[in-house]
Design a binder for this molecule. Structure first.
Ligand code: HSE
Length: 402
């Protein structure tokens, strides 16, 4: 019998218990051995809950139980979750997590412990929820060279941008609606400022480079400045606006990581990923492009990914099946050195000045009014920024073009 413990009985934790219980005969059949949740660690009591008898409050009960060989850490945060994970791995117990913050911050150290102790630190659910992108990059594509990953990795912001696009609504109104529906947190900063997507792309960049990419060094721009007027111009140009997280590794080893809103063709593979869905476009040397999509958050999709990690650990006792990355810090290239196109929304009265500053720019007709929209030709971001600074308040917004 394989006995596991779940750390944290919140949304994802209760989902993990549900997946393992509801699919119990399927999982046991695949493992050729019975599997069961023995403990659920939480500070709270759950009187009347079906699994009330499994709740424990003292982590040492789990740590010191030799029957427990696999733990699911779905508590979140980098405090107790970090300590508990480290202690479990040091004891040779595998840990499966959905905690992107912890993986992005301390993953390298935790993988090293897992390898030394011949167990596993598994993190499929930490990026894009239920979409198996970690296994795709870490295992299915292990003979290829992944050159770049571009993704919609945050469901909350994708929901907001989709609503803005479809309903012509303003950011603040859609955010409020998303909060009422439970799609956005009461404090939405981590999502809307791109920090959540930044942690996820840092993890994918870790995998691409084999080194530790500091999530705090990923250039991150959120969606709070996007307006319904920007969407009107995007629509007129046959484009849409998405919060993209992108990392790439060039052949000379230069690493880029960026989270920012991008204008992209409406029929682009990522342009069609709407609502709370996530999408990940992987560009490889041999395979070319491959697109992954699905539910990037939510109780059962995320729990399904955690439970799949549990299955992998259970099938390979005493073996490290997923190697992580080294503790050596990867150096990130300066994104302002990148050459790219921009869309600018400007005061209509400044059109002549802007056209003079950005020779070769093309005007987008979107009904006129007090502002105008233009696509400016490709140039280094730093050069573009300098020109915008010189134009002062003539520039109302600027969005990168993919
Ligand atoms: N807030 C995150 C999102 C949850 O909206 O994608 C999943 O990481």
């Amino acid at each position: 019998m394989i006995k596991i413990a779940v750390l944290g009985y919140g949304t994802v934790g209760s989902g993990v218990v549900e997946v393992i219980e509801r699919h119990n005969s399927l999982l046991s059949e695949r493992l050729r051995e019975k599997i069961a949740v023995k403990y659920i660690l939480d500070l709270r009591d759950f009187p009347g809950d079906t699994y009330e008898d499994k709740i424990v409050h003292d982590y040492s009960t789990i740590l010191n139980d030799p029957e427990i060989s696999i733990l699911c850490e779905v508590m979140g945060g980098v405090g107790a979750a970090y300590q508990f994970t480290k202690q479990a791995l040091e004891a040779g117990k595998s840990v499966c997590t959905s905690n992107k913050e912890l993986v992005a911050k301390h993953g390298a150290e935790l993988f090293a412990i897992a390898e030394r102790m011949h167990c596993n630190y598994m993190f499929e659910a930490s990026v894009a929820g239920g979409i198996p992108i970690i296994r795709a990059i870490g295992s299915a594509l292990s003979a290829d060279r992944v050159e770049a990953v571009t993704g919609i990795l945050n469901g909350t912001t994708n929901y907001i941008l989709t609503k803005m696009e479809k309903e012509g609504a303003d950011y603040a109104d859609v955010l409020k609606q998303a909060q009422e529906l439970g799609y956005a947190e009461r404090n939405p900063e981590a999502d809307v400022e791109g920090l959540d997507a930044g942690r996820k792309i840092a993890i994918l960049a870790d995998m691409l480079t084999g080194k530790n990419v500091n999530p705090d060094k990923v250039t991150t721009e959120g969606i709070t400045k996007i307006t319904s007027a920007d969407f009107a111009y995007a629509k007129a140009a046959g484009m849409t606006i998405k919060l993209l997280a992108r990392c790439s590794v060039s052949e000379d080893g230069s690493v880029q990581a960026l989270v920012a809103p991008f204008m992209l063709p409406a029929d682009h593979a990522l342009g069609r990923v709407d609502d709370v869905f996530n999408g990940v476009l992987v560009t490889c040397t041999m395979l070319g492009d491959a697109m992954f999509g699905g539910q990037g958050a939510g109780k059962l999709p995320t729990a399904s990914a955690v439970a799949a990690d549990v299955m992998d650990c259970a099938m390979h006792p005493g073996r490290t099946v997923m190697r992580g990355w080294s503790e050596e810090e990867a150096e990130l290239a300066d994104v302002t050195e990148t050459e790219r196109r921009f869309f600018v929304r400007i005061k209509a009265s400044a059109l002549a000045d802007v056209q003079a500053a950005f020779a070769g720019s093309s005007l987008v007709e979107a009904g006129g009014g007090e502002d105008s929209g233009l696509f400016v030709p490709a140039m280094k971001e730093k050069e573009f920024d300098a020109k915008c600074a010189a134009l002062g308040d003539a520039i109302l917004n600027r969005i990168r073009v993919a």
